[in-house]
Design a binder for this molecule. Sequence first.
Ligand code: FAD
Length: 397
Amino acid sequence: MTLVVVGASLAGLRAVEAARQAGFTGRIVLIGAEEHLPYDRPPLSKAFLEDAEPTVPTYRTGQALREDLGVELMLGTAATGLDVAGRAVLVGGQAVRYDGLVLATGAAARKSPLPGVRTLRTLDDAIAVREALDAGARTVVIGAGFIGSEIASGARARGLDVTVVEALPTPLVRAVGAQMGEICADLHRRNGTGLRCGVQVTSFDEGRVTLSDGVVLPADLVVAGVGAVPATGWLEGSGLTLDDGVVCDETLRAGPGIYAAGDVARWHNPAFGRSMRLEHWTSAAEQARVAARNAIDPAGAAVCRVVPYFWSDWYGDRIQFAGVPAADEVRVVDDGPGRLVALYREGGRLAGALTLNGRAKVMKYRGLIQRGASWAEGLAFAAAGKNVNVDKGGVPV
Ligand code: FAD
């Protein structure tokens, strides 16, 4: 049996590892568009920009991949098509046959239409942004999302002038809701980053950025952090359903023998009874394990139940969020100096929890949400705070 994994990043690598952990002894082919070995993206907008001597966050050596995991690596080679009936991935003129297939092609940064504006998605992007910061670039970040905010934080860590320009009146509304978006935005102001909301960048040239309200900002480096689009172009015409991602059922199945995982996968998440596509590190790894096991054993396919979780580090503070921010009510709980917990209610259920500098605490909330805890339980848990014990799965006992 041959397992083919397309996309050699987090989800692709975790899929390979999970297949081997499950005892799969067949052939595994890992196809990746980038020349690089699989590497970790979160450090690219954090330590990689800030550290004096940054290291490339590669997960495993090529030798470890080939010898320990028995993987045939096809790097620097983008898959160009998929023959569902013939069970083959097309790589240029070559057909790579599979019995089981995991699609893990992730997402690509949404580009700005303005020439000269950079993005930060890949290692090569991060090297370019870092070089500009090393040269002391006056920086403008388009979009006050998490990656843009981390870039701003990295620029401030070097004492550089940086302004974040956000088209919406409040940042991060879709990610954490308006109330907490405002609180997160305050971190910029307190750390000397300019924040201009409700305006757009209309031009960038000759060291200047012009905003839609006529304001002109000096800028040597402009980086857009305006979201990502799932990498599904190569699957057009394959017959798979594509709709802001590869559409999958609750087992991550997209077609015969075909499963998807990570940023590219849109699936019916039974944990919330709705269709979701996540762009978070933890869920990409979790989905990959399920997708790989299902791809090698479709008859025993398991459902993929995930409570979304992400973290983001700005100015030495850590923001973490578990669950979903679609809420009927948000309750902010004081958690001591420089810390807070915000709970999100949907109907009678605890749907989400945000912590600022809550570190391990957020996983306890994730466990509560996973088991469908009521809003009252969530509030009681927050009130009890440190006195509540958790088991290894993060579930209060
Ligand atoms: P990706 O990492 O996007 O990898 C997909 C791979 O597939 C890429 O290497 C791509 O080149 C390859 N590919 C695409 N098309 C093809 C093709 N046709 N053929 C072959 N290969 C192809 N998440 C958090 O939870 N917390 C964080 O703090 C955080 N920080 C982040 C910081 C940055 C700068 C970025 C970019 C992301 C961050 N994330 C964070 C998100 C997290 O990194 C992603 O959710 C995760 O990388 C998704 O993994 P993936 O394998 O699904 O996709």
